[in-house]
Ligand binder design. Structure first.
Ligand SMILES: [Zn+2]
Ligand SMILES: [Zn+2]
Length: 233
């Protein structure tokens, strides 16, 4: 029983690292509500459009992705399953690197990015058990199958005068360690409270105040930070 299970899962992880990367990127675009097309993938993966087209054809042939008439790329059931598996391995690795090995939360993404492709199903299972089956990565991203609370909004949508609790740093921001360090310096991390001071169209910034001081973030970053409004008492 255990053996057959293992083999089944094993065949799921046989895809090349490149294919896994594509699946994960499509999954993230999907999760962020962004339209996924070959051009978007080329940009995100910093790859030439012809290469992307060739890989997409291969994935189409293998039944991992469908290309709609609108050129939108949609994961098949199989593709979605594998993507969730990689996303899980990624988030679990980040949690381990941060909470067990003590690597700062603002740079675990880069390391997890390597590790996620090297983990066998038994390692994933044992690591999850060892870590107590965490539900979120250190950036607040929910594991596949878990969701953020329904009343989560972006920092951009929050109203000046309200206090917010940081819920999640959008995955697109994790790619820049420099930016993540700035967020860290200003204590903009999951669980921390900040008061929204103002949003200025002229400077295109949102300014915040916490017990550690004030900070201001450009709109394009504020759009990718997810928060929960703290009710006034
Ligand atoms: Zn990450
Ligand atoms: Zn993360």
């Amino acid at each position: 029983m255990l053996t057959s299970n293992f083999n089944e899962e094993n065949s799921m992880t046989e895809h090349s690292q490149v294919i896994e990367e594509y699946l994960l990127t499509l999954y993230k675009l999907n999760r962020a509500g962004d339209l996924a097309k070959a051009v978007t993938l080329a940009k995100r993966l910093d790859t030439s459009p012809p290469t992307v087209h060739a890989t997409i054809s291969r994935m189409q042939r293998d039944g991992l992705v469908e290309v709609k008439k609108s050129k939108e790329l949609v994961l098949t059931k199989e593709g979605q399953k594998i993507a969730e598996d990689i996303a899980y391995r990624h988030n679990l690795s980040e949690y381990f690197l941060c909470n067990t090995l003590g690597i700062p939360w603002y740079e675990v993404h880069q390391h997890a990015h390597r590790l996620e492709h090297a983990m066998t199903p038994i390692v994933v299972q044992k690591l999850a058990e060892f870590l107590g089956k965490p539900e979120f990565c250190p950036h607040g991203t929910p594991m596949p199958g878990t969701n953020l609370p329904e009343n989560t909004i972006t920092l951009m949508e929050s109203k000046p005068g309200t206090t917010v609790e940081i819920a999640m740093i959008g995955e697109a921001l994790e790619d820049s360690v420099d930016l993540m360090k700035i967020l860290h310096e200003h204590r903009i991390m999951p669980g921390n409270l900040h008061k929204v001071l103002e949003k200025t169209e002229v400077m295109r910034t949102v300014s915040l105040e916490s017990k550690d001081g004030t900070s201001s973030l450009p709109f394009h970053v504020a759009e990718k930070i997810f928060v929960l409004e703290v009710p006034k008492d």
